[in-house]
Design a protein around this ligand. Structure first.
Ligand code: MEV
Length: 317
């Protein structure tokens, strides 16, 4: 076996979907931003014998990893096939500060970091397109159906406007406002939520497609509001999106509770973010003081964690 290194690292970041989650699976536009505060690092180290993995969910043979790590097992498998290498003689160590299954793209990020680490380890060049292709295979395993948004966002560094099947369009966050992210502390259920919309699409196609299309329109309007520095308008659009996502069955009581608490604390708008049914919500604040107040109200209501993101400045605390 030829390896150029006996150890190599790959990294990825979390993401936050501002608008368009779920609708993006059906070809509607979406807006997402990287969340650099949360990162994942995979280290590949030379060893002998079967591949082992060390992460918070599993310490042992990769072949005996639990079912919910199927995306990792798959991405290792497809990467090695692409690299024409065998599944042996290395170990994987994964460290993550992205809360798992909270709509921040942790499953895609694990895959991005792992593909990068493997390509570094075997000293093979990796194009961005190749990376996305390999990661999306594992995302389909994790989420059932996938738009490709998580893979793109966790492997890049700029906010993206994205329509499935079309090139990613970077956009600048030229809006003078703050985003507060609240984590319910409860795992989201992206796969179930994606599946429940698919079921609604079958049982009530007309109304469901209208709702999905409306989410896409709201994402387009949100992009314009961001470009024209209109936080009040953006807040309204976010709230409308949350109501539609709730109608589509991808919110839950905790998320609705937090959205309400944020609005009561003065948020310009609030919504769930990502897969839903748990995970995270986001709220828009006109300035830092308002953002702190909202973050406070969210912690009082029961978030496990909150972050404040200066949209115009691109920094997170
Ligand atoms: C999950 O972070 C985002 C969804 O839109 C699914 C996807 O885009 O693949 C719910």
């Amino acid at each position: 076996m030829h390896t150029a290194h006996n150890q190599a690292i790959g990294e990825a970041t979390g993401k936050i979907i501002l608008m368009g989650e779920h609708a993006v699976v059906y070809g509607e536009p979406s807006l997402a931003i990287p969340f650099p505060k949360a990162t994942i690092q995979t280290t590949v180290t030379q060893s002998t014998g079967p591949v082992t993995v060390d992460c918070i969910y599993h310490k042992g043979l990769l072949s005996t990893a639990p079912e919910h790590l199927a995306n990792l097992v798959t991405v290792v498998d497809v990467s090695l096939k692409a690299l024409k290498q065998e599944l042996k003689n290395f170990s994987l160590h994964i460290i993550s500060s992205i809360p798992a299954e909270r709509g921040m793209g942790s499953s895609a990020a694990v895959a991005v970091a792992t593909v990068r680490a493997l390509y570094n380890y075997f000293d093979e060049p990796l194009s961005h397109d190749q990376l996305l292709e390999l990661v999306n295979v594992s995302e389909v395993i994790a989420h059932g159906n996938t738009s490709g948004l998580d893979a793109a966002m966790t492997s890049g560094e700029t906010p993206l406007y994205y329509i499935k099947g079309q090139p990613f369009v970077p956009f600048s966050l030229s809006i003078d406002a703050y985003l507060v992210v609240g984590d319910t502390g409860v795992k989201g259920q992206t796969r179930e939520a994606v599946g429940s919309i698919a079921a609604l699409m079958k049982s009530n196609p007309k109304e469901t497609s209208q709702d999905i299309h409306r989410l896409g329109e709201l994402a387009d309007k949100a992009k314009i509001a961001i470009e024209h520095n209109q936080p009040v308008e953006l807040g309204k659009l976010m709230h409308q999106a949350h109501l539609i996502l709730t109608k589509l069955g991808v919110s839950n009581e905790q998320l609705n509770h937090l959205v309400e608490a944020a609005l009561n604390a003065g948020a310009l708008g609030a919504k769930l973010t990502g897969g839903g049914r748990g995970g995270c919500m986001i709220a828009l604040a006109e300035n830092e003081a308002a953002a702190r107040e909202i973050a406070h109200a969210l912690s009082d209501t029961g978030t496990s964690n909150t972050w404040v993101y200066h949209l115009g400045g691109g920094s997170i605390e």
